[in-house]
Design a binder for this molecule. Structure first.
Ligand code: ADP
Length: 328
């Protein structure tokens, strides 16, 4: 390919997600395939400011496709939010002769990338890596599928103990602004009710529903709650309210927390990350900038970073309907 891009930088930023390593591997290997050099930037934008960099060749990313987390490390970097910080970051770009930057991260990382691009005119391409699946312009983000499988496995185990003791379990899963994880794992794990940030089902409706199931002969139940569910109450407050009003059940709370981010990436996430990495490198070589690579209907697509950040990834309403029908 004939391109002005001779050397690219790659970094992972913001919350880590399983599959980020597969994306890094794909970026480094695609660069090697197209005979361009690749500089790994460690610790996200922090490493760009402090010049924490290393050139990687195709062999430098051996044996990472199966690893969770990110071998490039990630960081939340306050300094990059300042013009002075970004100026230092650009000095690193110049020192290393980097012609374009690939940023693997979430919407915060893309916001930073967009500002950086507008200030210094350096081509940037985003690859969506976040377990929350809350980015517009892609039906799946890297890490989401693995997180779903991790949560399902955990809830299956909780179900075993719930059944043995006639217990009602409230399981909190990640998702401050988006209910994708809660809704999908709730259906997949056969939860009684699912509470998400996008829809307000209300505590009384939850109570009625649980009373109905108790009458219909259910001796144990699982309710999946997203961190940011619309009732505005946290999982402990919800559990307390239900326990007061439903003495039949022993109520327990389980907050799954950070284990949802970890683990070896699923096959889906590895393939997705590999495709996105290849597509990101091809796009930057072809003169694209300020866009995010995404997947839609199994095809790779590009969306302007500004839209990816501002647009809302919508919850699938049919999933809400299905979950309501199946808790009959
Ligand atoms: P995520 O990418 O997972 O959404 P964050 O919101 O923490 O994670 O963003 C990651 C990093 O991106 C921040 O630590 C910061 O360095 C950079 N960033 C986020 N928002 C901005 C902004 N408005 N301006 C400049 N940099 C930003």
């Amino acid at each position: 390919m004939n391109s002005t891009i001779k050397r690219i930088g790659v970094l992972t930023s913001g919350g880590d997600a399983p599959g980020m390593n597969a994306a890094v591997r794909a970026v480094v290997r695609s660069a090697a395939f197209f005979s361009i050099e690749c500089i790994a930037v460690y610790q996200g934008y922090q490493g760009l400011i402090s010049n924490n960099t290393k050139q990687l060749n195709a062999r430098g990313v051996n044996n990472i496709i199966n690893k969770g987390g990110t071998v490039l490390k990630s960081a939340r970097c306050l300094e990059f939010r300042t013009p002075e910080g970004r100026k230092k970051a650009f000095e690193t770009i110049q020192k290393n002769n980097i012609d374009g930057l690939i940023v693997i991260g979430g919407d915060g990382s893309f916001t930073g990338a967009m500002i950086f691009q507008s200030e210094f005119n350096i081509p940037v391409i985003g690859i969506p890596g976040t377990i929350d699946n809350d980015i517009y312009g892609t039906t799946h983000t890297i890490g989401y599928d693995t997180a779903l499988n991790t949560v399902i496995e955990a809830i299956d185990k909780i179900r075993d103990t719930a059944i043995s003791h006639n217990r009602l379990f409230f399981v909190e899963v990640m998702g401050r602004d988006a209910g994708h994880i809660a809704l999908n794992t709730g259906i997949g794990a056969g939860a009684e009710e699912i509470l998400i940030p996008e829809e307000d089902m209300g505590l009384d409706r939850l109570l009625d529903s649980l009373k109905r199931s108790e009458k219909s002969g259910k001796s144990s139940s699982i309710v999946v709650i997203a961190e940011g569910d619309k009732t505005g109450k946290n999982v402990f407050e919800i559990a307390e309210y239900i326990e007061k009003n439903l003495p039949y059940y022993e109520v327990r709370v389980s907050v799954l927390g950070h284990m949802q981010r970890g683990g070896s990436p699923s096959c889906f996430d590895r393939v997705l990350a590999s495709r996105m990495g290849v597509h990101a490198v091809e796009s930057i070589i072809n003169g694209k900038s300020n866009v995010m690579v995404g997947i839609d209907d199994s095809k790779m697509i590009l969306t302007p970073l500004s839209q990816a950040i501002k647009g809302k990834s919508k919850i699938n309403k049919d999933l809400i309907r299905v979950s309501e029908i199946l808790t009959v």
